[in-house]
Design a protein around this ligand. Sequence first.
Ligand SMILES: [Fe+2]
Ligand SMILES: [Fe+2]
Length: 238
Amino acid sequence: MENTNAFLKRTIGEIVADDYRAATVFEKHGVDFCCGGQVTLSDTCLEKGLDPARIIDEIEAVQKTPVERGRNYGSWSLSFLADYIVNTHHTYLRENIGEIVAYTQKIAKVHGEHHPEVVEIAAIFAKIENDMLAHLRAEEEVCFPAIKRVEEAQKAGMSPSVEDIETIRHSLLNFHLEHEEIGDAAHKIRHLAKGFALPDDACNTFMITYQKLQEFEDDLHKHVHLENNILFPKVTGM
Ligand SMILES: [Fe+2]
Ligand SMILES: [Fe+2]
């Protein structure tokens, strides 16, 4: 990060425009980064009684994204891969999906009149949230535990239970269809948002919504890739 004094002189709006992840920190401290974003960080801290050094530390912390290189997912045990998917992608969704729904609804309310596509995006995303949360539960509560039991049985040289095999077979049929539906909905959002190109009259909330939708899509692609292309084919071959 640039030197502290220069950073303190930047406005909240500029900081968020530069890296939208900072919005999470401002939101947590009740700092308005949207319509009141023209105030400098230093003035904001004074006004809200916040410690500038602490705020800068928090912004730096959210800017540290996990490095994802050279991971040989295919060599992992199925149980470990299932846990990784839950801890990384399901956790991301649980932490973010409700916030994205709120953002899409906010821009639909404020900008829907001039940008009818955002009203449609909000409706599609609300359905994604609903479908996705049910999908995650089915994976975590039914299918992944069955995968782990089958793998355990095989490791111990025992035959897996017929019910578990049947549960997995049935689940995978559903999951493939659900992945397709959610993927299509995400694709439709990208299309409606014209590749997430911001209109000239977009405010910070509009910008953050589009960035978060892009982040969601990116995470979805990685998540579904791990399930469709690595986990499920290996499960089928067990
Ligand atoms: Fe999943
Ligand atoms: Fe899935």
